[in-house]
Write a new protein. Structure first.
Lengths: 278, 279
């Protein structure tokens, strides 16, 4: 996430805009970015809303999106749909975590389990979860079921495979050191394997948040009567694209917010990790 | 491992992959477990009737459907339709993604101004835009190609950018010492050094491209594998639906395999784990 603030290859001799930007204080940088956001929004508003270069049905200007948001709130359709979506998302995500974390730890502990579950998990993980959506719809009906299923199956494998990878890549010399000091098997797990798996777990959770949101939207777009995806479809079909973009923005905020939450939890629970330290 | 060839120059020879006996043992175990699962599935459905067959057809029925699909011209037509859209969209995404990624990674000013927006767009669940694309571009191939492009391009841009940022300064300086400058520096040093990152972005992009195509077909139009799958599930032809899902699993995994093989051939010096690790 911090790639754009990294120093990067030393390419130019510096000077010009780059040097000016590099010399700014953190507050100054934030100010430049904020100004940029305002400029972008203004340009967008002018190009679509005033000059009309783009058909506002396809890309409504920011003010129309804001109006759409207000309409969604005022007509009362936002809350029920949002609550259903969040409920499905959370249930699916918890199911995924509850299955994936123990199974991942088991994969990391036992070689036979790793060699059997690993290839199967990779095969399913490599396939975009949208492929399973019609099956889920046929099996679980038209309610919240297929959404939960798709969220769970999207979130399960990144968590599982990351936890297993974390257990497998535990530094061998630390394990040996633990053994030398007479650690028992349980002590080794508690104070060597788990701490070194935690950063992988959180990396997996962050990936899972993004994939789970995609899974949720996909499941709701194709064949659900309620939820944010259904709301988006309904708004588009009635050409109220301002509302559709407002709904998309809310889903986006949820996705980014949950990813941030995972990072916050990581910082709190595991301050020794790379993300946690920052 | 390096050996001296006849001309006296050092040549890098990749060590041949050694298949040890205990590795073969695990493969057999895996095959055994998969076979056992299929057997239990078959037993539960067709012998013990624990699950209604219409709901979950036994593996033999799925295999029969699969065989039927393989000789069905309609299937191959749908296959060609889907694959063409994915390939067009993905190639566009690769070209745009690598160029934009290199440019943004290269210039500090661009990185500062544009990269935050790219990150924001990257983390947006852009699948939600699918209905708008269909509204704007119709039910034909155009909306699907555009969706494939939109979904695939951001992982490629961001991975390429990340790669360009992490190009070692000493590599660049060495290039400079040998008089490589400007565009040539980009082509000879930065592009190859970024390549493994771009490829890992393309790998993710390909999976999302697939999602875009199938979602586009779910939402509208009458061509392609996604539509075929949706239709089969809608008709409750579960054997055919599962066979189609298996086809998709095979396509997705073959694509992944192709790209990782490419990465190993084009950038054999690169350690996979550096990209795939916790970040």
């Amino acid at each position: 996430m911090s790639a754009f603030l990294a120093s990067g290859p030393n390419l130019g001799r510096g000077g010009g805009v780059a040097a000016w930007l590099a010399g700014l204080s953190p507050a100054g940088k934030a100010g430049v970015l904020a100004a940029e956001v305002v400029v972008m929004l203004l340009v967008w508003q002018v190009v679509v809303g005033v000059l009309g270069w783009i058909n506002p049905v396809f890309l409504p200007p920011p003010t129309a999106i804001w109006q759409g948001f207000v309409q969604l709130v005022a007509s009362g359709v936002l809350w029920p749909n949002l609550l259903i979506s969040l409920q499905a998302w959370l249930i699916g995500f918890v199911i995924a975590a509850v299955i994936a974390i123990p199974l991942g730890l088991l994969m990391g502990t036992s070689l036979p389990v790793d060699r059997v579950v690993g290839p199967i998990a990779w095969t399913i993980y490599a396939t975009p979860s949208i492929a399973y959506q019609p099956l889920a719809k046929a099996w679980f009906g038209f309610g919240i079921g297929p959404v939960v299923f798709l969220v769970a199956i999207s979130a399960l494998f990144p968590i599982l495979l990351n936890v297993a990878a974390g257990m497998r890549t535990t530094n061998a010399s630390i394990i040996r050191a633990g053994r030398v000091y007479g650690a028992t098997r349980m002590q080794l797990y508690r104070s060597v394997y788990l701490p070194s798996t935690v950063p992988f777990l959180f990396a997996g959770l962050r990936q899972a948040v993004v994939l789970a949101t995609i899974g949720m939207v996909v499941a709701e777009l194709s064949g659900s009567a309620i939820g944010m995806g259904a709301l988006i479809i309904k708004s588009v079909n009635t050409y109220q694209t301002g509302q559709a973009y407002a709904a998309i923005a809310i889903v986006m905020l949820w996705s980014v917010g949950m990813a941030q939450l995972v990072t916050l939890v990581e910082r709190w629970v595991a301050p020794w990790t790379r993300k946690g330290r920052r | 491992m390096s050996v001296t060839s006849a001309t006296g120059t050092m040549r890098i020879v990749r060590p041949r992959r050694v298949v040890r006996r205990d590795e073969a043992k695990w493969t057999w175990l895996l095959i055994g477990v998969v076979a056992a699962i299929l057997l239990v599935w078959e037993a539960a459905v067709s012998w013990l009737h624990l699950v209604p067959e219409a709901f979950l057809p036994p593996p033999t029925a799925v295999a029969a459907s699969f065989a039927q699909l393989m000789v069905d011209p309609a299937f191959w037509q749908a296959f060609a339709y889907s694959l063409t859209n994915v390939v067009i969209g993905l190639v566009l995404a690769i070209v745009v993604g690598v160029v934009v990624g290199l440019a943004v990674g290269w210039s500090a000013a661009l990185r500062f101004t544009v990269a935050p927006f790219l990150w924001l767009l990257y983390s947006t669940p852009k699948v939600a835009l699918a209905p708008l694309f269909i509204l704007a571009l119709g039910l034909g191939s155009a909306s699907k190609i555009a969706l494939v492009f939109l979904l695939a391009v951001f992982p490629i841009i961001l991975n390429t950018m990340e790669g360009a940022v992490t190009v070692g300064g000493s590599l660049v300086n060495a290039g400079r010492v040998y008089g490589v400058n400007g565009l040539a520096l980009g082509w000879k040093v930065i592009f190859p050094a970024t390549l493994p990152y771009s490829l890992s972005g393309i790998q993710r992009g390909a999976a999302l491209a697939f999602t875009g195509e199938v979602l586009g077909e779910f939402l509208g139009g009458t061509g392609g594998l996604g539509h075929m799958l949706e239709f089969a599930a809608y008709q409750f032809e579960m054997a055919e639906a599962i066979a189609l899902v298996i086809v998709m699993v095979i396509i997705a995994n073959l694509t992944l395999l192709l790209i990782s093989t490419l990465r190993r051939r084009l950038a054999p010096w690169y350690d996979d784990r550096k990209i795939a690790g916790a970040s």
